[in-house]
Design a protein around this ligand. Structure first.
Ligand SMILES: Nc1ncnc2c1ncn2[C@@H]1O[C@H](COP(=O)(O)OP(=O)(O)OP(=O)(O)O)[C@@H](O)[C@H]1O
Length: 628
């Protein structure tokens, strides 16, 4: 083995687990993206790797934003390190061929501006940076449905390696495309000919900005960079970029040229619960990313218009974000945590919330007030309820899976903010003991009008007198009056006889009605038969003009037969005719109706003399062939 290229984790794994993997003779150690490799995330791994390497070696470190930290260099046991820089003495830290601009907007406008940008730059290869995987997924999924007119791709850390590779190759080979990505694409990836780097969510610091914009204007190519900044981020980020010698100019967005996609997003969220769910996750992850940023002079979570932001994502309401003060957590063992106004405690939300958050934040009061205001201003609407209901039945499993998966993925550091699902309780009248709370839809169905009509007990039959008053079919007499009318047996007999007479009369009426119905049915049948006959006769006439043998079967005769059939009005005659018609059918499975049946009948009547000579046989064969 001469050269080995790998990530720190995989190298350490080989050192630990691969037999005969020896590093005693290593002469050169190269650390690409050295500032990142040496930061806290890889500290333990790098320390362990260095322990396994010989002290006598050359160490090379590369990065667009190199660390000069003595502490870091000491960890690598460097002696007389040489610092080589191509930007140290230059005016700017980014290439001259890179034009850099930033725009200032409010959070709810971001997606509108991005969409408008895409619409106005369809013939470009653009890399779009967003803060989290969920943001990337939401923007990608929704924009795909909005069909902006450019090919869209997305790349983030939750994708499998093969998928990432596939997307990398695809984007590299495409001339015009948009790739929505997290900072996974900020360093090291060499996509050819990227025209634009658009940072929709601000980078965590100026270093990340430099790495992101480094995806365009590579080597001698030119490129453009556009950074979206919130009003609250402008001052801090500008100062940080200036400090790093990044020349960046402010541009204004023409509001008249901005296309609003809020309604389309609302519609997508309304139609597709998956999109709505993605939107909720994107919302929470964005707020969380801002909350977790270390540079509080740039990122101010308390200044975010969270409700408007949720609305612009198309969400029917603002997902709940729960905070518990660090101090409360520390005291948890000693005393019950105080309830943060506007946010319910973890105990109360057990089963409904994902995870508890812990944060010492001065931003809490602001968010509390906003949440309270939202609750007062927007009592749960029918629409909200409908959305929630849909989620309960359609996405319950999906939610659970995702929630579990997310719980696994969240590191202890990240367990700070969480989406608290609203407790979509059934109204009291719909609650039924022993029912699964998730079967609300079934409960609703069971109480629906249709269901009640189908399954409710039947009403009693009533009769109405001349004055329109309802009465039971059999009304009980007053007992005294009943007894005074005579003995029970005779009254019973009298009642039965009376009812028998009534039924007898009704029976006659019923029979008359039944007979009329039967006759009506027969007439309809005959009319149909006549129509069929007439139709078939037409076809016979056509045939008779082409086939000579049919000429002997006269059309008049057919008509006569048909008319006679129809004029037979008695049932017996009708039956007789039907039987006759059936008997006339040939057993050759052809559809023999009306005239055709009669033709076949006629065919059967043709008398054939037994052929005696060869000529007779030939004549008969010809005759039969003609009949076919
Ligand atoms: N001397 C050169 N001649 C021609 N092309 C070059 C030369 N040096 C670099 N390039 C090209 O410039 C691009 C960037 O090079 P490279 O990936 O080494 O940069 P980098 O500094 O490692 O970037 P990053 O680490 O930020 O991704 C590559 O496409 C590479 O082929």
């Amino acid at each position: 083995m001469n050269i080995l290229i790998c990530t720190p984790g995989r190298l350490l794994q080989h050192m630990d687990q691969t037999a005969n993997f020896k590093c005693d003779n290593i002469q050169v150690l190269v650390l690409d993206e050295a500032d990142r490799i040496l930061d806290l995330g890889f500290e333990k791994t790098i320390n362990a790797i260095i322990e396994n390497l010989p002290k006598e070696r050359q160490t090379l470190m590369f990065s667009a934003t190199q660390t000069k930290s003595v502490k870091d260099l000491a960890r690598l046991s460097l002696e007389d390190p040489e610092y080589v820089s191509i930007i140290e003495d230059s005016e700017h830290s980014t290439p001259i061929s890179l034009s850099q601009h930033y725009l200032v907007c409010e959070l709810p406008q971001k997606l509108d501006i991005l969409f408008s940008f895409i619409k106005s730059h369809l013939q470009a290869k653009v890399l779009v940076f967003l803060s989290s995987c969920k943001q990337v997924r939401f923007v990608f999924e929704t924009f795909c449905k909005l069909h902006p007119g450019a090919p869209l791709l997305h790349l983030h850390g939750k994708q499998k390696q093969t998928k990432r590779l596939e997307i990398f190759n695809k984007f590299s080979s495409m001339k015009h495309a948009y790739l929505f990505a997290t900072d996974i694409a900020a360093r090291g990836l060499d996509f050819p000919a990227v025209d634009w780097v658009v940072q929709v969510d601000a980078p965590e610091n100026a270093e990340t900005y430099i790495h992101r914009v480094g995806r365009t204007a590579r080597y001698d190519a030119s490129g453009h960079a556009l950074l979206f900044l919130l009003t609250s981020e402008e001052q801090g980020m500008k100062a940080a970029l200036d400090k790093k010698k990044v020349p960046i100019d402010k541009i204004k967005v023409k509001s008249s040229k901005t296309i609003s996609i809020q309604k389309q997003l609302q519609s997508l969220c309304f139609k597709d619960p998956e999109i709505k769910y993605l939107g909720q996750k994107a919302f929470v992850s964005y707020i969380r990313s801002i909350y977790l940023q270390s540079d509080k002079s740039i990122f101010k979570v308390d200044e975010l218009p969270i409700e408007e932001f949720a609305a612009t994502l198309g969400l029917p309401g603002t997902p709940k974000i729960k905070f518990v003060k660090k101090a409360q957590s520390k005291n948890a063992t000693r005393q019950k945590p105080k309830k943060v106004p506007g946010y319910s405690s973890s105990d109360e939300d057990e089963g409904n919330s994902v995870k508890i958050l812990e944060m010492n934040s001065n931003t809490l009061p602001n968010l509390d007030v906003q949440e309270k205001k939202r609750k007062e201003a927007n009592p749960k609407s029918k629409l909200d309820k409908m959305f929630n209901r849909k989620n309960m039945s359609v996405l319950t499993d999906h939610y659970k899976k995702l929630v579990d998966q997310e719980a696994d993925n969240i590191t202890s550091e990240e367990e700070l903010i969480t989406l608290k699902r609203a407790n979509h309780e059934l109204s009291d009248e719909l609650k039924q003991p022993g029912r699964d709370p998730l079967s609300k839809r079934k409960l609703m169905k069971a109480t629906s009008k249709k269901f009640i009509i189908k399954n409710a007990p039947r009403g009693k039959r009533l009769i109405f007198d001349d004055d329109g008053n309802p009465h039971q079919v059999y009304e009980f007499q007053d007992e005294k009056a009943f007894r005074s009318a005579g003995d029970i047996a005779s009254q019973k007999k009298e009642f039965i006889e009376k009812e028998f007479e009534v039924m007898k009369k009704e029976d006659i009426t019923d029979k008359i009605i039944a007979r009329d119905k039967r006759q009506e049915k027969k007439i309809k049948k005959k009319v149909k038969l006549k129509e069929e006959l007439e139709e078939n006769m037409k076809s016979v006439v056509t045939l008779s003009t082409t086939l000579p043998m049919y000429k002997e079967f006269h059309e008049d005769e057919l008509n006569k037969n048909a008319e006679r059939d129809f004029e037979e009005s008695s049932d017996e005659e009708y039956e007789r005719l039907s039987n006759k018609r059936q008997a006339a059918s040939l057993p050759d499975h052809t559809d023999l109706n009306g005239g055709e049946a009669l033709i076949n009948k006629k065919r059967k009547l043709l008398e054939i003399e037994e052929p005696k000579t060869l000529e007779d046989q030939e004549a008969l064969a010809l005759k039969l062939l003609n009949r076919l």
